[in-house]
Design a protein around this ligand. Structure first.
Ligand SMILES: *Cc1c(COP(=O)(O)O)cnc(C)c1O
Length: 431
């Protein structure tokens, strides 16, 4: 499989080069030159395949010759080494729990897959690869966990001091080994600026093999399709495929779902559930795409004012808004609606959602109200304990810590403190 840049000014590359580059040299996002078509029999008989077989069948055409089949099979098995259950909440609404991985958010799937692919690609080269990433919370934990102990790869994570949750900080700072955490005396924007400068710095470029683990990387984007195939496998009423609501920020997860749909997965409709950051809902309504400053909300992993992956979605539908609208809609849900949905679903069904999942639930419920023959799934993208400060006051209950997290809370934090100066980061990386 070859990949081209959506800016059309870069050479074609294979999966290996697209993964190593992250972004194309012309700053465009990589996109596959042709979409594989799934065999009808594979979809019809999906319940006869194991999760690993399904994931392998889905991803293999995108990887092409870049990784031998037997190794790709191992990578796939390690990527989905946890359950992704479909849990029924009401007669017409089910939750797809994407959060049973190590860091309790769906980002584990993309991070685990990418880290293992990159580990394979750098195996035979002498230079160590340094993965540099800035995080506002969930990404850093998933990347740290995914790359932990991957040989030949060193990971440096920058996070803003005092601005990530306790659980998130522990996930970043307690692994050690090849994972280094830098606690920046500044904001997330400072961290991101320092990382961007590092990628442009000539000294660093000539001394280190630097790469990013950004969510636009094809090796993080493509494996997220697994969620949608496994959802369909567990969907009982195959004659009436589900509507799927996906809490969306950078639109990577839902873009993977739409890709699955394009290659033959039967999904009735995709619903992008956004918080107050409503660039895409506005676009669907007006036809105009206007990036905004991000607005802080209680579903903060979706506080994105200019979602990077949306260009990929447009490309999937030939940049034709009407084609897109036939299978996709987007809505904005307020913090007030999010909280009242959390409260109601707990009171009526004893199901505890996280704020992102609650945005998805609310969007889906509204949609089903005007589509009485449909039924659907919302993506529960994080474990509620990751956002206990928001959830516990709303439901007036304490959330039990999963044993993996309890164990983490007793570990000691190790971080390098740094002011928000690029030169300090540069000397650290060169030392
Ligand atoms: C990252 C994240 C999202 C948003 O996913 P995108 O792929 O960026 O749209 C939603 N929920 C949670 C919990 C996240 O961590």
């Amino acid at each position: 499989m070859q990949y081209f840049s959506l800016h059309n000014q870069s050479p074609l590359v294979d999966f290996k080069q697209a993964t190593i580059n992250g972004q194309a040299p012309d700053k465009g996002l990589y996109f596959p030159t042709n979409l594989p078509a799934l065999e009808l029999d594979f979809i019809k008989n999906i319940n006869q395949y194991s999760n690993e077989e399904i994931a392998f069948t889905v991803i293999a055409p995108y990887v092409g010759n870049a990784i031998p089949s037997s190794i790709l099979q191992d990578i796939v098995a390690q990527t989905i080494n946890f359950s992704i259950p479909l849990v029924s909440i009401t007669q017409r609404i089910s939750a797809l729990e994407m959060f049973h991985g190590n860091t309790l958010a769906f980002k584990d799937v993309g991070a685990r897959f990418m880290s293992r692919c990159l580990g394979y690609f750098v195996k035979d080269q002498d230079a160590k690869v340094t993965v540099l990433v800035a995080t506002s919370g969930d990404t850093g934990g998933a990347v740290a966990d995914g790359f932990f102990d991957v040989e030949g790869v060193e990971v440096v994570i920058l996070y803003p001091s005092g601005k990530v949750s306790t659980v998130q900080e522990k996930q970043l700072t307690t692994l050690g080994n090849n994972i280094k955490a830098i606690e920046v005396n500044g904001t997330f924007d400072d961290c991101q600026r320092m990382v961007k400068l590092a990628f442009m710095d000539e000294d660093l470029k000539s001394n280190l093999f630097l790469t990013s683990a950004n969510s636009i990387n094809v090796a993080r984007w493509l494996p997220q399709q697994f969620f949608y195939f496994l959802a369909y496998k567990q969907w009982n009423d195959k004659k009436n495929p589900p509507v799927i609501a996906v809490p969306s920020g950078n639109f990577g997860n839902i873009c993977a779902g739409l890709l699955a749909l394009k290659t033959g997965l039967p999904i009735k409709h995709f619903l992008a559930a956004c918080n107050a950051n409503e660039v895409v809902p506005d676009f669907i309504r007006t036809g105009e795409y206007k990036p905004q400053q991000s607005i802080p909300t209680i579903s903060n992993a979706m506080d994105v004012g200019d979602p990077s992956n949306f260009v990929r979605i447009l490309h999937l539908f030939d940049n034709d808004i009407n084609k897109l609208k036939s299978v996709f809609s987007a809505v904005s849900i307020s913090d007030e609606q999010t909280k009242s949905t959390l409260e109601k679903v707990y009171a009526e069904h004893q199901y505890i959602m996280d704020p992102h999942g609650a945005v998805g639930y609310c969007a889906l419920e509204n949609y089903l109200h005007s589509h009485p023959l449909d039924a659907g799934i919302f993506a529960e993208t994080a474990h509620p304990v990751k956002f206990f400060d928001v959830v516990e006051p709303v439901i007036s209950e304490k959330i039990k810590l999963p044993s993996t997290i309890e164990h983490l809370m007793n570990k000691e934090k190790v971080a390098i403190k740094m002011d928000a100066h690029f030169n300090d980061l540069k000397s650290y990386l060169l030392s």
